[in-house]
Design a protein around this ligand. Structure first.
Ligand code: AMP
Length: 275
């Protein structure tokens, strides 16, 4: 696997490559990330992964400071998954002197749910993905449904900027317990990890009951269930999976979305279901 730290060398190397499949990450790689690499490997000639902890998407400095870093282990995992290229830029490589930040039209998605809880977060996500796409110029970008709203934000940014890239949404990888894999799980002790299984259990319970309970009641009872084990539940909601708006008679697919804290760690998860 080729590793680049400088944008200029990286871009020079990619110039001759065709069919680039790109997997942007913040590192601390687990099977969720690797499943994206594996999916890219199946259809793309050149598979590129980036590891960059983007400061502009953290609305909380402590969260940024505490974000783990396991680069040597990440490199071994990427090599085992036959990734071709790893881009490991510094902040200055992504946002060089003279770089002009812009405000993205995210169609209001940056003020809903995750956007409401984390002001500025999705503008930061749009910014870093835009920069990375300018550098990598992939034909496909692979993203996890684990970050459901993020995929919508990125699709909106791409449409508004007229960028020609196909977004491939990949299923959420879970622990055998049902807990969604996340780099943040590393910060949980065994007891909190066991408690956090309640996120997936609650969503499954809501989906199992959606045909005979009204969705506001499902949301209320889902939240109450989670509150029994979580120190703070930010939201437990059911939304239209096509636009994250409230369900209507026209909705065909729904998504349960959850954000809750366990052991001082903020976790998010979601599950999609047909109505
Ligand atoms: P992150 O490193 O958390 O920024 O994630 C990088 C990419 O991996 C994003 O597209 C995530 O949605 C995806 N991802 C994170 N966790 C999982 C998971 N458990 N299953 C599938 N994809 C994931």
């Amino acid at each position: 696997m080729f590793i680049f730290r400088h944008a200029a060398d990286f871009q020079h190397f990619l110039k001759t490559k065709k069919e680039i499949g790109f997997v942007p990450t913040m590192g601390v790689l687990h099977q969720g990330h690797i499943s994206l690499i594996e999916t890219a490997r199946k259809t793309c000639e050149t598979v590129v992964c980036s590891i960059f902890v983007n400061p502009t998407q953290f609305n909380n400095q402590e969260d940024f400071d505490k974000y783990p870093n396991t680069i040597p282990a990440d490199i071994l995992k990427l090599e085992a998954a036959c990734c071709d290229v790893l881009f490991l830029p510094s902040v200055e490589e992504i946002y060089p002197k003279g770089y002009q930040a812009e405000v993205y039209d995210l169609n209001g998605l940056d003020f809903l749910l995750e956007g409401a809880e984390r002001p500025g977060h999705y503008q930061g996500v749009a910014q870093v993905v835009h920069r990375l796409l300018q550098l990598v110029q992939p034909s496909k970008m692979f993203m996890g449904l684990k970050d459901f709203q993020q995929i919508m934000v990125v699709k909106q940014m791409i449409a508004s900027k007229g960028i020609n890239v196909q977004i491939i949404s990949c299923e959420t990888e879970r622990e055998p317990s049902g807990l969604a894999m996340s780099s943040r799980n590393m910060r949980l002790n065994e007891m909190d990890k066991a408690k956090a299984v309640a996120i997936a259990d609650t969503m499954k319970w809501m989906i199992a009951n959606h045909q005979h309970m009204a969705w506001p009641l499902l949301e209320k009872e889902g939240k109450e269930k989670l509150q029994q084990v979580s120190e703070k539940v930010e939201y437990v909601v059911i939304r239209d999976a096509s636009n994250l708006e409230e369900l209507s008679a026209k909705s065909k697919q729904a998504v349960v979305l959850v954000a809750a804290w366990f052991g001082g760690v903020r976790l998010i998860d979601n599950m999609i279901f047909n109505l």
